[in-house]
Write a protein that binds this ligand. Sequence first.
Ligand code: SF4
Length: 215
Amino acid sequence: MPLVAHKPARPARRTCLGHPRIVADRSSELRKMIRSYPRRASRRLVLRALSSPFFPSLFFARNLRTLTTEPGWQRLPVRLRKASTLSLLLERSRFFLGVGSWREEHRPLPAAPAVPSAISEDSTITAYCDHCGACCEIASGLPVFPEGVLIPVRWQRVFGQGLGRWHRFCPFLWQERPEGRSFCAIHPWRPLACRAFEQEECVFLKMGVSPHAAE
Ligand code: SF4
């Protein structure tokens, strides 16, 4: 039984499989969408998010690309697809800014809580993790966090339920521009499921095979 509730099996092209590294910055493309929001407040909010060097614009662009391969999305009328795309960006931006404010308010960031010994930290992670972010391209996961974690309960629920219908990567996945290296905005307080994702799972993911396929 996988700890992380990945979305149903994804075709290889939906992950970073075969892609050495995402290099292009997509924020300028996303900025073009801003003028389509009828409300000024929405335009300002999205602009603020996209102006951050940590907004996951590459993953957002990949999210949109992924949707184009999904029958449910393909069946939507064009007008609805456009409206849903704008909603996706607005929801992502709002949550991103909320997490950013929380991180600012809590500086220095609180120490990481104790983690059950059964979920040991993999000290070799820096040797194999290339920050491609593919392991965080999940819409939702098992929302079990270390005891004593300070992250708002509503966010823990968001991790469990996802940001919304068409979101295809974790609400806490950020990136560093311009390199596109991914990082977790709540890394010291991330859920237990994320800690259980180690080198073996990483290798399987990059091979396009679920390590739990035989279970
Ligand atoms: S909580 Fe952090 S480590 Fe876990 S899937 Fe989200 S971004 Fe990745």
